[in-house]
Design a protein. Structure first.
Length: 403
């Protein structure tokens, strides 16, 4: 079997890491694997089976055109045709796409081209872009216009309705298999334009438990200068007043004897309480694993998660969580693994409830429950094997249709 993945990034960020993990696992199983990526690749191995789509000039031109017409994924025709020619020579048995919206592909031309090449396609849903006329997420805005064609969009205007219709045309023609990466996004997909045009499966994303596991944390606590103080951790690409800063400040102010650690870039500078320590965003899995392991509670302030990779990583390191009752976030929580709160509820009370559970049941018991939950639901080998099984089924059915 020959598999090609297409994604905006490789190895870096959540989808880039997932893409790399699939690639390496397929190769370990003797499956011929290739990756086409656009913008970022932090892999220093120079894998000949990993190649770039387009170039910086094309990506910037696409971005400019997108700002003008508000139609993401409707440009880069030349780069798309070059990729299709490469695919026609490569002759993959199946193609798995991740994020196609990053100023590097003409999505309609690409997916229809794969149909014309008789190459079956699996589309991973890492966000809601294919469900809408241009939005990656809609939960925080409380928008339901995607259920009826994105008419009267406040963000993209008439372009949203046009893009929505283009999505319908693409999926009517291509009819790919959709993989939802959580129960929540599967539920949303079954209400969307995809419901009658595609076959929808659910395979959870996973956690690399070979890296994310409970570690001794004395060294990292010593480095941070926090000793045995209670540690509340948050990890995000960026922190701002609408992206978690306010909640974390509330926790720090209400718990002056604890230490709040924020990992991620500070989008807006604020005056944090003295018991807040900020750390720049890092892609180092080793560093993150040590931080997760050192924490007593992990808080994810996100209200829009298709899966929630950092939440799962924290659990894999044995740290219980606090999440909002929205999108895929609650899918990580059991009686012992954390607490779910409604938007607007007191996050400090939730953190204290997790700390009480740590004390009541014992930190080692809670750690064991968190690790087992990840192993049972988000095991990397088991979940990638589900992809392999799906690929084999699709290829078998596709070959039957060809004959």
């Amino acid at each position: 079997m020959r598999v090609l993945q297409v994604n905006a990034v490789y190895k870096t960020k959540s989808t880039g890491r997932i893409c790399m993990e699939i690639h390496k696992y397929l190769q370990s199983k003797g499956i011929e694997s290739y990756v086409a990526y656009a913008n970022e690749n932090t892999d220093k191995s120079r894998d000949p089976n990993v190649f770039r789509v387009g170039n910086v000039f094309d990506h910037k031109l696409h971005a400019i055109e997108y700002r003008i017409d508000k139609l993401q994924g409707c440009h880069s025709r030349i780069a798309t045709k070059i990729l299709l020619r490469k695919i026609s020579r490569l002759k993959p048995d199946i193609i798995l796409t991740h994020n196609l919206h990053s100023n590097y592909l003409h999505v309609g031309l690409f997916l229809k081209g794969l149909k014309d090449l008789h190459t079956p396609v699996v589309v991973d849903l890492h966000d809601c872009w294919f469900l809408t006329g241009g939005c990656y997420h809609y939960t925080e805005r409380g928008c339901n216009k995607w259920l009826s064609g994105c008419k009267g969009c406040e963000l993209f205007g008439k372009a949203a309705e046009k893009k929505y219709k283009l999505n319908c045309e693409i999926f009517d023609y291509v009819k790919p298999t959709i993989v939802a990466t959580s129960k929540w996004i599967e539920h949303e997909a079954r209400k969307s334009l995809l419901s009658t045009r595609t076959n929808i499966e659910m395979i959870y994303d996973w956690i690399d438990t070979a890296t994310f596991y409970p570690r001794t944390c004395n060294k990292i606590r010593e480095t941070l200068g926090i000793g045995n103080k209670i540690m509340i951790l948050g990890v995000a690409t960026g922190w701002s007043p609408v992206k978690g800063q306010i909640e974390m400040i509330k926790i720090a102010e209400a718990m002056p004897d604890a230490v709040v650690i924020l990992v991620g870039n500070q989008v807006k500078k604020v005056n944090y309480p003295k018991n807040v320590i900020t750390i720049a965003f890092t892609d180092s899995k080793e560093e993150l694993a040590e931080l997760y392991s050192a924490a007593d509670v992990f808080f994810n302030p996100s209200k829009q998660e298709t899966f929630g990779l950092v939440t799962g990583e924290a659990l894999a390191c044995g740290t219980p969580i606090v999440v909002y009752n929205t999108t895929a976030c609650p899918e990580f929580v059991t009686k012992y693994t954390g607490v779910v709160i409604e938007k607007g509820e007191d996050v400090v009370m939730a953190v204290n409830e997790v700390l009480r559970k740590n004390e009541k049941y014992g930190r080692d018991f809670i750690k064991e429950k968190c690790v087992k939950f990840v192993e049972d639901n988000f095991n990397m080998q088991k979940n990638i094997d589900k992809y392999i099984q799906l690929f084999n089924e699709i290829i078998f059915n596709n070959n039957g249709k060809r004959s």
